[in-house]
Design a protein around this ligand. Structure first.
Ligand SMILES: C[S@@+](CC[C@H](N)C(=O)[O-])C[C@H]1O[C@@H](n2cnc3c(N)ncnc32)[C@H](O)[C@@H]1O
Length: 361
């Protein structure tokens, strides 16, 4: 056993590493505080202006002692600013942009609401480590999916109609003239709701094999007043895609698909001549070393998201288990295998977290 006197041990490095581990333990503990902050809208209340713990507790309708401990943890963690003289807590503009502005392109509080579900599944996930298999999609539930929906919604709201579609000028003009679009793996439907507003003459349909997502998408379309213009249906696209389309999209779907190969073939078959398949995936590599050296340091985010959900729900139903770190090479391989011949990666400087592919027959 190595001890502090061992010549092989560099104590400075060991302590530096121990503090990194403690920082991660802190981040895990902060996870519950952030999830509760999201559930109770605490960041939103704080964004209304500075306040003492008592004033904040009253504003947020929570117990003062809990408010004080929550605010203190957040202040030590750098999520909340503290004015020691006035004993007031507040959010800086940058903190508010990330934690309380639900329309901001870097609104991330919604992702904290996915954590309670992943912890609830930890026994089942441990069993999968021991015996194989996985944790099926239906074990994730509403809080997880609403959190993911609120996260991806901000990118759709800020970029889909303004940047992404116009980067494909032919697609843009086809949709303006009333083209047909299918969003594959549409989840709770947010992408099509924004497309419906940006391209009012296009025909829009969303397909997902998860029935609760389609129910949520239809409810979202009703609430947004576009239900007469957008349709959502339960369809497993590996079994065939009804109709043909000028544009097929999939946002964060290919790496999740248990069986991406037949799905890609069906997508190719369902495109009209000259049609486009537009794909969004996480900005991760297929190669481990490149993810270790990732310029944005998001490699561990990718593999852990994959283990908690993406790979695991696919393995639960006997799928490939591609995983979140699919990378451009794998996307190219899948497209080529399905018979696509044109593959263009499009880079959007305001969307560093994602990779985008324009794929055509
Ligand atoms: C990570 S979610 C993305 C949801 C949505 N596109 C978004 O960005 O918010 C992946 C979605 O793909 C769907 N999916 C996976 N395989 C599918 C298949 N074979 N047919 C239809 N949908 C599928 C899942 O049910 C899930 O809703």
């Amino acid at each position: 056993m190595t001890d502090a006197s061992s010549p092989a041990l560099d104590m400075d490095k060991a302590f530096a590493f121990a503090f990194k581990v403690l920082g991660d333990i802190t981040a895990a503990q902060m996870g519950t505080l952030n999830a509760i902050g999201d559930r109770l809208g605490l960041f939103d209340h704080l964004a209304q202006g500075p306040g003492t713990s008592a004033g904040f507790a009253q504003r947020a309708g929570i117990n003062e002692r809990y408010a004080r401990e929550w605010l203190s943890a957040m202040a030590c963690h750098g999520y909340v600013a503290y004015d020691a003289a006035a004993k007031e807590f507040s959010l800086s503009p940058e903190q508010a942009f990330c934690l309380a502005d639900h329309d901001s392109p870097v609104y991330l509080t919604s992702l904290f609401s996915m954590a309670p579900t992943t912890w609830r599944n930890v026994d089942e996930l441990t069993d999968a480590f021991r015996h194989g298999g996985g944790v099926p999609q239906e074990r994730f539930g509403d809080e997880f999916w609403c959190g993911f929906e609120r996260f991806t919604r901000t990118a759709f709201r800020n970029n889909l109609v303004r940047d992404w579609i116009p980067a494909m000028p032919e697609v843009d003009s086809t949709l303006r003239a009333g083209g047909a679009v299918a969003d594959i793996g549409c989840g709770n439907g947010q992408a099509l709701l924004f497309l419906a507003q940006g391209y009012p003459d296009a025909t829009l349909v969303g397909y997902d094999n998860y029935a609760p997502a389609i129910a949520a998408a239809n409810a979202n379309a009703e609430a947004a007043g576009v239900a007469d213009h957008v349709r959502f249906e339960v369809v497993d696209v590996t079994q065939g895609i009804p109709g043909t389309y000028d544009l097929i999209t999939s946002f964060d779907v290919v790496h999740d698909m248990p069986h991406p190969r037949p799905a890609m073939s069906e997508i190719k078959r369902a495109l009209n001549p000259g049609g486009t398949y537009f794909v969004l995936e996480f900005n991760l590599f297929g190669d481990l070393q490149r993810n270790i050296d990732h310029p944005m340091g998001i490699g561990a985010f990718g593999y852990s998201a994959s283990t908690n959900y993406c790979m695991t729900q696919a393995l639960a139903v006997g799928g490939e288990g591609t995983g979140t770190c699919m990378g451009e090479e794998k996307a190219r391989e899948l497209a080529e295998e399905a018979g696509f011949t044109q593959f263009r990666r499009i880079d959007f400087p305001h969307n560093p977290f994602n990779l985008f592919y324009e794929i055509r027959a």
